[in-house]
Design a protein around this ligand. Structure first.
Ligand code: GUE
Length: 280
């Protein structure tokens, strides 16, 4: 048996087209501002892709590029300006930030109504209480991928591998809101392989190349690979041993072309949601 690949690229294109159509019907242009501090190569690439996608959807989009030495106070004042700017519906500060800036202080400074990453404590709390407002883009994208693949979270045993604030924790909260039976596993979990093998939906978000082996996967399980690891040769490798998983899983997302493109499409959707909530 060969697992069905879940085409995130195609689904993302469809969602972006839907967002563009909805934006075109508005009496204003949704505004997205991405803030990039420093010149990390991967971050620079992602930020460029976000700006391009936002423009293609008809948004007003710009990127504020700040030098790597930018101080916390300086970044806070940039954010205060964006909070006060009525043309700005969504603010995304690209992570990770340089060490001299406290990430938490920056996230808390963003107006929760413009927090299209869904990282502000107010949005985190709404999700934790089961009533998401702006939900983090990657978990939200994964939820849509599952739905499009015909995978029903309700009643399913879901295993989230990884407990980061940007993927693992919010993913678990979304799956719980979707009535899955959710387990969160992590680096201190006693028997990771055994936990994974019990899962009908397995979400790997640990950032370790090909860590999830073929025999960690239950036959027929749905496998979502969030990992974006760059190998020595520059090739992208997921957190799942894809070739081995293909022979066991029922459906699986590839890397690239799986979760990544949906993250960007959901960023556009969140910007539209934020704009509608702010401007009525
Ligand atoms: N505040 C903040 N919000 C984020 O959402 C955020 C962030 N910081 N920092 C970095 C991570 C990473 N991230 C990705 C988005 C799209 C792809 C993506 O489109 N990937 C393509 C491949 C791109 C490539 O070739 O490298 C794919 O998987 O097919 C990847 C990674 C968003 N992040």
């Amino acid at each position: 048996m060969t697992a069905r690949p879940i085409d995130g690229k195609a689904l993302a294109a469809a969602l972006r087209a839907e967002v563009a159509a909805r934006a075109a019907a508005l009496p204003y242009r949704p505004g997205l501002v991405v803030v990039l501090v420093g010149e990390d190569a991967a971050s620079t690439l992602y930020v460029r892709n976000k700006e391009r996608a936002a423009r293609a959807a008809g948004f007003e989009s710009r990127t504020i590029r700040l030098p790597a030495e930018t101080g916390e106070a300086e970044l806070l004042s940039v954010i205060a300006g964006l909070n006060a700017d009525d043309a700005v519906d969504g603010i995304l500060v690209q992570l990770p930030l340089p060490a001299q800036i406290r990430t938490g202080a920056i996230i808390r400074a963003i107006d929760p109504a413009k927090d299209v990453d869904g990282f502000h404590p107010e949005n985190v709390a709404a999700l934790a209480l089961g009533a998401p407002r702006l939900a983090p883009c990657t978990p939200r994208g994964i939820f849509l991928l599952l739905r499009a693949a015909g995978v029903e979270p309700r009643g399913a045993r879901a295993l989230v591998l990884g407990r980061s604030n940007i993927v693992g924790r919010p993913m678990a909260a979304l799956l719980l809101a979707g009535d899955a039976t959710v387990t969160i596993a992590h680096s201190r979990t006693r028997d990771l392989a055994a936990e994974c093998r019990r899962a009908e939906i397995l979400i790997a978000a640990v950032g370790r190349p090909a860590m999830v082996k073929g025999d960690w996967i239950a036959p027929g399980a749905t496998v979502i690979d969030v990992g974006i690891n760059r190998g020595a040769d520059g090739a992208l490798v997921g957190d799942v041993d894809y070739q081995a998983a293909l022979g066991v899983a029922g459906a699986i997302t590839p890397v690239p072309g799986g979760v990544g493109p949906m993250t960007i499409a959901c960023l556009l959707e969140n910007t539209l949601i934020a704009a509608a909530a702010r401007r009525g």
